[in-house]
Write a protein that binds this ligand. Structure first.
Ligand code: FAD
Length: 403
């Protein structure tokens, strides 16, 4: 095992860190309190080549490895969870799924502009009646000649008002349960599509989250991703990549909690000494550091398995579960260390605490990951090979593909 980052990865980390320090940190408090999502940040991410960092260059990406995506997410969430979430759904849940399951035509038409960041992708799985229990979804897709007609509703969809392309999961045959779900690429401009933001969120207030609706949306049959009935498998494989980015982002939130806490520990004095000298405060700092280092190992191990082209559902689930729990605890402790000041938006730690909650819920709740890990250990769950795998890294160069 090699634990060193390459020179290219170190440069990537410093590029994202500089960008976050200069273009997100100074403004994020205001964007968060006013609930403003800034499309201009997505444009800047595209200019920096960060919207398709681990997509092959032949499809418009930067061609770096999967752990480079983790670096981007870690550094982005050090600034705020909103833009890491945006990259998670755009690259993790959507673009990598197109790379894994798309036809050559679908990759040219949808993946390439997404990797360049000229189009934004999102992921529509959750419904009012179907979250953890995916098979309870009720959106339908009925074949009609060269089209599928989609009807239904999705909720809690990140980038609902911003994305151009949505991966949407719908029943083509409800009687087959999981095996009757299919995946579709839906464009915002298709008649019958609409979206509406959710207001009053606990956290990720600088992000755009909401509902999307399908009213007789005609989706060309060429936009079926994979085969009819493969939608559930496709959704789960998408989550292997999305969860990886969420776990990496959680490391960034622990970093941010730690940075703010260390600074405050040196500034604030009680009983004649810096609060960092009190052992119970040190315990919180030590727990944050332990959580950060353990989470990083889990994340980068999952990334290495992706680089090797191996299935990593089990390892990614463990990384996502643990990193998000550590981040939630780190943010809570960061508020505690700041005392009453941590309870106001004069300091960023209250935002970290609010932001740390959604990742414990989305892309598999804490309880779902706990059950998955227990089932693996008890022998009740086993991962079988998929029809399509993510390409291993370094990517093979195909000279027939346009650059
Ligand atoms: C900010 C935000 C952004 C999101 N973005 C997206 C997105 O882009 N695309 C998308 O498709 N979805 C998105 N989601 C939705 C998210 O993935 C779901 O909220 C999540 O899957 C949980 O589903 P649910 O909220 O319906 O909870 P439920 O599934 O109803 O769960 C409720 C509670 O019951 C527990 N529970 C459920 N089943 C079991 C069980 N078998 N055993 C033990 N406990 C159980 C859960 O752990 C939870 O505590 C987002 C959510 C948030 C908050």
């Amino acid at each position: 095992m090699n634990f060193d980052f390459s020179e290219e990865q170190k440069m990537l980390r410093s590029t994202v860190r500089n960008f976050v320090d200069k273009e997100i940190m100074p403004y994020i408090g205001e964007w968060d309190s006013e609930g403003l999502f800034q499309p201009s940040i997505m444009k800047r991410l595209a200019e920096l080549g960060l919207m398709g960092v681990c997509i092959p260059e032949s499809y418009g990406g930067s061609g770096m490895d999967y752990n480079s995506l983790a670096i981007v997410c870690e550094e982005l969430e050090r600034g705020d969870t909103a833009y890491r979430t945006a990259v998670s759904v755009h690259t993790g849940l959507n673009s990598l799924t197109l790379l894994q399951w798309g036809t050559e035509e679908q990759k040219q038409k949808y993946l390439t502009p997404q990797a360049k960041g000229t189009k934004i992708g999102a992921f529509g799985l959750t419904e009012p009646g179907a979250g953890s229990d995916v098979a309870a979804l009720s959106t339908t897709a009925v074949k009609d000649g060269d089209y599928y007609i989609l009807n239904g509703q999705k909720t809690w969809i990140s980038l609902c008002d911003v994305a151009d392309h949505f991966l949407v999961f719908a029943y083509t045959d409800k009687s087959k349960k999981h095996h009757g779900i299919s995946a579709f690429i839906v464009e915002r401009t298709m008649p019958g599509f609409s979206s509406k933001a959710i207001k009053g969120k606990l956290g990720i207030r600088a992000g755009n989250t909401g509902e999307i609706f399908f009213d007789q949306v005609k989706v060309p049959k060429e936009n079926l991703l994979g085969k009819e009935g493969e939608g559930f498998k496709i959704a789960m494989s998408a989550l292997d990549n999305g969860r990886f980015t969420v776990a990496a982002g959680a490391c960034g939130l622990i970093m941010a909690s730690l940075e703010a806490s260390v600074k405050y520990c040196h500034e604030r004095k009680t009983f004649g000494k810096e609060i960092g000298k009190h052992q119970l405060v040190q315990q919180m700092i030590a727990n944050m550091e332990a959580g950060l280092q353990m989470s990083r190992f889990l994340v980068y191990r999952a990334g290495e398995l992706k680089n090797q082209g191996k299935r990593n559902t089990r390892e990614t689930s463990l990384a996502k579960w643990q990193a998000c729990d550590f981040a939630n605890k780190a943010a809570d402790d960061a508020v505690q260390i700041h005392g009453a000041y941590g309870y106001s938006n004069e300091y960023p730690v209250e935002r970290y605490l609010r932001n740390s909650k959604a990742p414990v819920i989305y892309e598999g709740t804490r309880e779902i990951h706990t059950i998955m890990q227990a089932e693996y250990v008890l022998g009740y769950r086993e991962d079988k090979p998929l029809n399509e795998m993510l390409p291993s890294w370094p990517f093979k160069v195909d000279s027939n593909l346009p650059v």
